[in-house]
Design a protein around this ligand. Structure first.
Ligand SMILES: C[S@@+](CC[C@H](N)C(=O)[O-])C[C@H]1O[C@@H](n2cnc3c(N)ncnc32)[C@H](O)[C@@H]1O
Length: 259
């Protein structure tokens, strides 16, 4: 199973978060994770990425970034810096694409009475969210999963400062979440409430908020189920490629061919 994470910030949370995400998605690999055992390799093929360069990250977070990256690499995680989630060289394809709390770093300014800066902030974050969804077209396998978690304004449209928050992405509204997915060829599956979490800002600080996962699946429609059947017959059950297990007809096919 192959996983890519975008925008990993200071890279401090990657292993624990992966375990939580795989568990929430009921993907069996989570059971083999022991986040506390720093000597064990992670049981899935993981690429952890971030937009900023090492120098930029060190300026923002200090030397701990390098330590966090080294610890991930020691556990078998591939780390790539300078990776723009809305357009990058072709890696993958991946069974699971994750972006935890995408944010451009544009927060708007409370000093700006015209609210123009808030609108710009909403626009830039809107662009990032939609851009990431669209870009997964190149990085996801058929039926691959895309998990984006969001917290608070501008995503949930609940900015108490002004009504402008309601012009945010309003992703708590299932129809909005669905429409964003449809535009990118993704089927919206469900929300996952990860509960209160310590959430990082681009600038390094943290705050506590409910983190909501938006789970999408590649909406490719296979016209011919024979490909699924053929592939499943060709492999032992524990070696069946991940795309088969993500296929909506996997269980039915398993019963049909008696595996
Ligand atoms: C709010 S921080 C979240 C950091 C981390 N994911 C976490 O949850 O702790 C947003 C992150 O997205 C990154 N980012 C912003 N725009 C990006 C882009 N176009 N491609 C990849 N990462 C981006 C930022 O550099 C920053 O690390």
């Amino acid at each position: 199973m192959r996983v890519i994470l975008y925008g990993c910030g200071d890279f401090s949370y990657v292993i624990e978060y992966l375990q939580v995400a795989l568990k929430a998605l009921q993907l069996p690999a989570y059971a083999s994770f022991d986040p506390q055992d720093s000597s064990s390799h992670v049981p899935v093929d993981v690429m952890a990425t971030e937009l900023r360069t090492l120098d930029q990250l060190k300026r923002q977070y200090g030397l701990r970034v390098q330590e966090n990256i080294a610890a991930l690499q020691a556990r078998g995680v591939t780390v790539e810096l300078g990776v723009n989630a809305v357009g990058h060289p072709s890696y993958g394809p991946f069974d699971l694409v994750i972006f935890r709390n995408p944010h451009t770093g544009n927060y708007g300014s409370s000093q700006d009475p015209s609210m123009t800066s808030y609108l710009e902030a909403i626009g830039s974050n809107n662009g990032l969210f939609q851009g990431v969804l669209a870009q997964t077209h190149h990085t996801r396998v058929p039926y691959g999963l895309v998990l984006i978690t969001v917290v608070g304004w501008p995503y949930l449209g609940k900015n108490p400062k002004s009504q402008l928050g309601f012009q945010g992405l309003q992703l708590e509204n299932v129809n909005y979440a669905r429409e964003y997915g449809n535009a990118a060829g993704l089927e919206f599956l469900r929300h996952i409430n990860f509960g209160p979490q310590w959430v990082a800002r681009n600038t390094g600080g943290t705050f506590q908020a409910d983190e909501i996962g938006l789970l999408y699946r590649d909406a490719t429609h296979w016209l011919d189920l024979r490909e699924l059947e053929h592939t499943m017959r060709a492999y032992d059950e524990d070696r069946v490629p991940a795309w088969c297990k993500l296929h909506p007809d996997y269980e039915a096919m398993r019963r049909k061919i008696g595996k």
